[in-house]
Write a new protein. Structure first.
Length: 394
């Protein structure tokens, strides 16, 4: 086996698996009907130390490594076919990592305890109507104002807007502070969605319906200076560390969701007969199954390699560029490969696979979102090519 986990990581896996299979799996499809994750599930996740698990112990979190965070993501993806709890987990984990590394002591003391407890939501909000993968195209601005800053603009297609507005919390975001400097004039900061001047809107997503998607306008919103992450005008470089953490987790989530769907498919084709014999005896199905299983296990390995590389970077053992390269490779085809596998499982299941009662259709819709979230596959290709060719050539 190419991946070896520590005793602590295996203990984490066992506790998360037990919780997820008993508390999340039975209600997964129900969350799509109610459009929310039950608060008792979120509380249970918090009690296990899953909410903002990258926050240091001094702020109430467990301070987990990236590999440990991946173990949690993998088990949640096995249990929740809708992907809702996966998103509710991975976003605070990824951007909590960024806040933990670059946030001020005052901000961390204020924000982390309520996120770790599951009361607040910590999200990421960089996308705008005309700025997605091209973060530099952001139109939102942040300007010094007295002893703080004032922010104006809008964000769109953001996870967890309703949760942060309703229960408290906010999103890490980015804006131009010195527009004439382009990406070298952008600042990253924490924006509470309960602040005066925030007006939320909501969007119906195709999948992951247990967690909200939406946007918000930002009209002269004032934030204190201690909400700035890292140095002013260095936010473009800082924000990408959060992206990379999320991308690595997403690759493991996609692999896990795809493998769980294949497990469902295997159980089905061994029992379902067509023209007098089980579907499992048809070569076309055999070959597709073998291909999907191989690809998804390769993806899982690469996802954990990316997470391990992130951990090594924090120890100063690898460079940012090495991390970017490995993470982009892991994220590049994760959604495509998982979607292809799940789509075939739905095909094997016939009419049932197309019904709302089938968990695999929910998994397909969830996994499809990850071809866009936290960086498209096209951007991942650009990153890998850039690292191979060098920035000047590229």
């Amino acid at each position: 086996m190419s991946i070896e986990f520590s005793e602590e990581e295996e203990m984490i896996r066992e506790s998360v698996r037990e919780f997820a299979q008993s508390k999340i799996a039975p209600i997964a499809l129900k969350m799509e009907e109610t459009k929310e994750i039950p608060r008792d599930v979120i509380k249970g996740m918090a009690e296990l130390g899953l909410m903002t698990c990258t926050a240091d112990e001094k702020y109430g979190g467990p301070g987990l490594s990236a590999v440990s965070a991946g173990v949690i993501a993998e088990e949640l993806a096995k249990a929740d076919c809708t992907g809702s709890t996966c998103v509710y987990y991975l976003v605070p984990a990824s951007w909590g990592f960024l806040l933990n590394k670059y946030g001020t002591e005052e901000a961390k003391q204020e924000i982390f305890p309520k996120n770790v407890s599951g009361e607040w939501f910590l999200g990421i909000a960089t996308t705008e109507s005309d700025a997605g993968s091209d973060v530099g195209a952001t139109k939102t601005t942040i300007k010094p104002d007295g002893d703080g800053f004032v922010v104006n603009g809008e964000k769109m297609y953001i996870s967890g807007v309703r949760e942060a507005v309703t229960h408290g919390g906010g999103h890490i975001t980015i804006a131009h502070q010195t527009p004439e400097r382009g990406t070298r004039g952008m600042t990253t900061f924490y924006l509470p969605l309960t602040a005066e001047g925030i007006t939320p809107t909501y969007i119906d997503d195709l999948g992951r319906e247990g967690i909200s998607c939406g946007g918000f306008s930002i009209d002269n919103v004032k934030i204190p200076k201690h909400y700035i992450l890292g140095e002013e005008n260095k936010g473009f470089y800082i924000i990408h560390e959060g992206y990379e953490y999320a991308r690595a987790l997403i690759s493991v989530i996609c692999a896990s969701a795809g493998l769980k769907s294949l497990e469902n498919g295997i159980n089905y084709i061994k029992e379902r007969k067509s023209f007098g014999k089980p579907l499992a005896q048809y070569q076309e199905i055999n070959f597709r199954l073998a291909e999907h299983y191989t690809k998804l296990n390769m993806l899982r390995d690469l996802g954990y390699k990316a997470l391990k590389t992130i951990d090594l970077e924090q120890e100063g053992k690898v460079s940012r560029f090495e991390t970017s390269n490995i993470v982009a490779q892991a994220k590049m085809f994760c959604s495509d490969w998982a979607c292809d596998a799940i789509n075939d499982v739905m095909q094997w299941q016939g009419a049932f696979g197309y019904s709302r009662e089938c968990p695999d259709q929910a998994a397909w819709r969830a996994v499809r979102s990850f071809s866009l979230a936290e960086g498209t596959k096209e951007v991942m290709k650009m990153i890998v090519a850039r690292e191979l060719l060098g920035k000047k050539q590229y």
